[in-house]
Ligand binder design. Structure first.
Ligand SMILES: Cc1cc2nc3c(=O)[nH]c(=O)nc-3n(C[C@H](O)[C@H](O)[C@H](O)COP(=O)(O)OP(=O)(O)OC[C@H]3O[C@@H](n4cnc5c(N)ncnc54)[C@H](O)[C@@H]3O)c2cc1C
Length: 208
């Protein structure tokens, strides 16, 4: 979740079409006074709800403030700073990893190849890794069909690992039973930082 200063202008980003058992409520933001071009970032929050949920009668912002209003002050501040009509609500979906990305001279990249839950903030990062690998394979291989197969071989397992990790994180993050939540929170506190960092490195570093 990004921290925004109340009063900043908010603009729309493309809508995402993901899945799951919960809805994502998020608001994009821009700072038009930024010295080099527009800096845009967004925050998002998740809530376990039945699929197809709509805004509460009082609106997204009221619903968010009801849920997060008592959190550390920066959180309700950025919620209050968002314009109601710029807050988007979507169900989010992922998909089991595909066994095959390519068919002849056609391949998949990004969310088309590996839609994932947003829990690790890796969907677009993985699309960029795909693009780099694809460019390298096409440069190395004159034959496009061989190049696309090579690209698939280089990317498929890592992307599948991140789809699964992101889903697993969500399953843990979205536990609702208060006792299990307390156990989860205690267990997370006990994990040594070096183990968390090693786990993070395997996600962030394509060479790890
Ligand atoms: C709440 C949330 C938070 C996220 N946070 C992060 C994050 O912090 N870090 C991160 O790396 N990723 C994050 N992601 C994931 C990231 O947004 C996606 O993985 C990424 O946008 C995928 O890029 P893409 O180009 O594959 O697909 P898209 O961004 O979906 O782009 C596909 C484009 O194709 C267009 N299109 C579709 N059909 C057609 C058609 N028939 N003809 C022409 N155009 C078409 C669409 O309009 C769209 O513009 C988040 C996602 C969500 C939902």
């Amino acid at each position: 979740m990004a921290v925004a200063t109340p009063g900043d202008t908010l603009t729309a980003l493309p809508t995402h079409h993901f899945a799951g058992r919960h809805s994502a409520l998020r608001s994009p933001r821009s700072r038009s006074e930024a010295p080099r071009g527009v800096q845009r970032f967004y925050w998002f929050a998740t809530k376990n709800t039945p699929e197809g949920g709509r805004a509460a009668p009082a609106g997204h912002k009221a619903e968010l403030l009801e849920r997060f209003g008592s959190w550390v002050e920066s959180i309700p501040s950025i919620i209050r700073a968002a314009a109601e009509d710029k807050i988007l609500r979507h169900d989010v979906y992922d998909r089991d990893p595909l066994l095959q990305w390519c068919k002849g001279r056609v391949t998949l990249l990004g969310d088309a190849a590996h839609p994932m839950m947003p829990n690790l903030g890796q969907g677009a990062c993985q699309a960029i890794e795909d693009a780099v690998a694809l460019a390298e394979c096409v440069k190395m291989q004159g034959d496009m069909i061989v190049a696309l197969k090579l690209y698939e071989e280089r990317r498929k397992d890592r992307a599948a690992m991140i789809v699964r990790c992101s889903r697993a994180f969500g399953n843990v993050e979205q536990i609702e039973n208060p006792l299990l939540c307390a156990l989860r929170n205690a267990a997370i506190r006990l994990v040594p930082a070096c183990i968390s960092l090693r786990q993070l490195a395997s996600i962030l570093d394509p060479e790890a």
